[in-house]
Design a protein around this ligand. Sequence first.
Ligand code: GRF
Length: 226
Amino acid sequence: MRSKTLKIGVLASGSGTNLQSIIDRIEEGTLQAEIACVISNNVGAFALERARRHNIPSVYLDHRLFSGRSAYDAALVETLLDHQVELVVLAGFMRILTPVIIDAFPMKIMNIHPALLPAFPGLHAQKQALDYGVKIAGCTVHFVDAGTDTGPIIIQAAVPVQEDDTEETLSARIQVEEHRIYPEAVRLFVEGRLRTDGRRVIVSGQPEYTSNSFANPSALYSLGDT
Ligand code: GRF
């Protein structure tokens, strides 16, 4: 267990509800970390406002002022290092990262994706899941590598897909889980409990396995009773 408070940098382009879930866990004392800065490429991102409300340094970096992705990412790295960031948390950051930032923070960048990877990477994951007809959807926290949503998986959570789901209702159900597992993944990192072995993320100090699997439709579980 480390004694120094680990500094996190959050990159967000939108409303920042995942950012909020991390802020809440820190403020309630169940996550020993400090958000050193929130950076956005979108001046109107509510994530920036959330940062201001919690006295977290917020930085707007307009990507249009840079010659290309690498130049922008170099500015991101500089800002993150200025704030002594040790873990980068992507929370709805709508930009593809280049090796400039990935190599600067190897296995120290996390992302959350609203699907059970490797299914449905990329944009509109919830719609992809609905269109495909899966019965179980969910979300994934993973380390970021050079691919799109391909890095080693840290935590996943599953939710049932209901017959009358729209993209909005399914997204809302998934987001409840996002807000549980993202701060949890950050906590595991902060506590030094994550180690990678190739693609696999090994989590130390896990409780004993207890069966908590579920099926959807859940009626499958009562078949033996009839
Ligand atoms: C979430 O759905 C997350 O899975 C995806 O972007 C969205 C961000 O939402 N990567 P918010 O800004 O945290 O509310």
